[in-house]
Design a protein around this ligand. Sequence first.
Ligand SMILES: C[S@@+](CC[C@H](N)C(=O)[O-])C[C@H]1O[C@@H](n2cnc3c(N)ncnc32)[C@H](O)[C@@H]1O
Length: 271
Amino acid sequence: MAELNIPRAHSDSWYDNLATIQRGYYYPWISTIGDRNGEDAFLEHVMEQLHPDTAVLEVGCGHGELALKLAPHCKHIVAYDRVRSYIDLANQAKAEQEISNVEFACYDAMDSTHAELALPVVADSIDLIICRRGPLHWIADARRVCRNGALIMALNPMEEPIPAWSSKLPHKLHYENSGRHTGSGSIHQSVENRLHQAGLTLHSGWSFDVPEIFSSPQDLYKMITWGLPLEELPAFDDIAYKFDAIFNTFAEPEGIVLRHCRFLWQALIRD
Ligand SMILES: C[S@@+](CC[C@H](N)C(=O)[O-])C[C@H]1O[C@@H](n2cnc3c(N)ncnc32)[C@H](O)[C@@H]1O
């Protein structure tokens, strides 16, 4: 079988490619996500923690949408991401919304030129670290930057079942190559391992698994091709018949149903 020239989903080169395809980090398809899903729970949970004197660090903030939403409810937020165009968009939105208590930084804590992994804030300055769908590298430096009693709260995509229709598509368009696929490892285990290595323990974690419904072949195509190099892909019109066949065979009355799975977790920092 020919080698696929496709960056690993959520690698640096995958994000760099995505930043050339769309303005900011978002899901470009339309779908309906079931109630009581992990994304809504994360937002509710974070909001409950915010007070006028809370200092927040957001890791992997994308184009800053979450930080700008939370800013009116806390004292100060430092939010960073390694993709320059995301931070430019975030600063633009910050100016438009006239928000002054968020500081966006273009920063890569994993940059190999750093002597050691270091979050871009001073020691003992943070009450709450948040990370929505982002990486886990930062856990290693969380204890240094947090005040005693601080909280870490994060949401990670969790392994989802590979749909039976995936194999009906050309290899490049298999579900496993899409940005949605998280790999087969346990995110729960990865989080626990990272926390353990940083001298921290999981305080609590919740798994969310709700339906996500795609009601059109175009939106299913957008999901499956998301973040892949456009020049490597068949155009939708050339492959629409395959997606129509998938809908004819596998759709439920409301559309194609996938699982929307998230792991929401928190850890407490104690001296
Ligand atoms: C899945 S996206 C989530 C973005 C945003 N938190 C959201 O919920 O829309 C993960 C983000 O983490 C950023 N990221 C990944 N590795 C990073 C690193 N080493 N340093 C800084 N940002 C990183 C990516 O550029 C990307 O914007």
